[in-house]
Design a protein. Structure first.
Length: 406
């Protein structure tokens, strides 16, 4: 991006239809296809989550870095360290409102023996000191008689002064590569005069590929859009009907996430479509919920196919999608989490990595739902835990790691 060019807000980008992805004229669109039984999508075996994570690490390298205005890069992941060029401040500045003084002249004064300084200069916080001034006396420490200022308190050198380099030293690393830009980081950069940063903010195409659209379909797409933004990505939502193959191969994005069409229904065809245009690395993943999810590569980009249920989309994105986006961002930081003890037993199926919704109060973690996650429970939950595939469950009192819901 060139200096001064404005970057559209990610939420605005998310609502734009993707140019070039138009409805196919023939019967290849997923909603118009009815596959014979022998040609329907089938899951031969469930791929363990750990094996899939290893494959994602191999085929989802970080995206290319781009220059962005610091004020537009909130949430993006730094591709390079942010380094302060020169010390800040460059000269002594008043840290408080008051009177600029030469501290040595106030050394022997006090409430009953004030020192008279005829050339006191009033300064405001942030104003540069001049001449031999090396301290700022508070406003209440000075009175005026006959046009002369009387300082009633001794002021030490540097008192009330922001010294050169106090905010940042020359060459100091403000924020390291691999970390996301927080609002406080952007504010510090602005104050230090840093206007541009080199970041990764992967563009993820989001599309509903299921049968028809309804309130639940819209809710799933909207949730995934917000989740991608929360993880430092830039969602590009396809709002009109499109040929499924075009979703996978069209340019302009770094990854693709589709919702619906991963099962064995008469019109389910997204896995076949991915196989026609790229490679299916796994169809059927050993997680719950979301077993019919699929992952593959098309046009050298990762593609995640998620089932058309809200709870399944939530689970697949949290367990798999976040990891893909983190790889594309070149992320170094870890997901925020809290520890706690289970209040009740949680059962699990051996061989499946299960996501369990929970509610946490201080160090007590109440399990709410697993396997199927009801809509009302999604709204009541404030976090989630993972039961490993090798586990039959966890007993009451077990220490668990709780991750926040987007």
């Amino acid at each position: 991006m060139h200096r001064g060019q404005h970057e559209p807000d990610a939420r605005q980008r998310a609502t734009k239809p993707l140019l070039g992805l138009t409805r196919a004229s023939g019967p290849r669109h997923i909603t118009a296809m009815i596959a014979p039984l022998q040609h329907r999508q089938r899951i031969a075996r469930l791929t363990p989550l750990e094996a899939l994570m290893q494959r994602i690490a191999e085929c989802a390298p970080p995206t290319s870095a781009r220059e962005m205005r610091a004020t537009a890069a909130l949430g993006a992941t730094l591709a390079q360290d942010v380094v302060v060029a020169d010390r800040r401040p460059a000269t002594p500045l008043a840290l408080i409102d008051g009177w600029a003084v030469h501290a040595e002249l106030t050394a022997d004064n006090g409430p009953y023996a004030p020192v008279v300084l005829p050339q006191l200069r009033e300064v405001a916080a942030g104003e540069a000191l001049c001449g031999d001034s090396d301290a700022v006396a508070p406003a209440e420490a000075v009175t005026w008689r006959g046009g002369k200022g009387e300082v009633h308190a001794a002021v030490a050198p540097g008192e009330g002064v922001l010294m050169p380099g106090a905010d940042a030293a020359a060459g100091e690393v403000l924020r390291q590569a691999g970390h996301r830009l927080r609002a406080v980081d952007v504010a510090a950069m602005q104050a230090l005069g840093i206007t541009e940063v080199c970041v990764r903010k992967p563009r993820i195409r989001v599309a509903w590929a299921g049968r028809g659209r309804n309130d639940i379909a819209d809710a799933i797409v909207d949730w995934l859009t917000y989740a991608i933004i929360a993880e430092g990505g830039e969602p590009v939502v396809v709002t009109s009907g499109s040929e499924v193959e075009a979703l996978f191969v069209a340019d302009g994005v770094d990854g693709v996430a589709t919702i619906g069409g991963t099962g064995a229904g008469a019109r389910d065809d997204t896995v076949h479509a991915l196989r026609r245009t790229g490679a299916v690395e796994a169809h059927g993943i050993a997680i719950s919920p979301g077993e019919t999810a699929a992952f593959g590569i098309a046009n050298s980009r990762p593609v995640l196919l998620m089932p058309g249920r809200l709870d399944s989309t939530v689970a697949v994105w949290l367990l798999i999608g976040r990891a893909i986006l983190a790889r594309l961002r070149g992320a170094a930081e870890h997901l925020t989490s809290r520890k706690g003890a289970l209040t009740e037993k949680v059962t699990s199926t051996v061989g499946l990595t299960e996501l369990v919704l929970v509610r946490q109060a201080q160090d007590r973690v109440e399990p709410l739902a697993s396997k199927y996650l009801p809509l009302a429970t999604l709204a009541r939950a404030d976090g989630w835990i993972v039961i490993p595939a090798a586990s039959e469950g966890l007993p009451p009192g077990a220490c668990v790691t709780v991750y926040p819901l987007p």
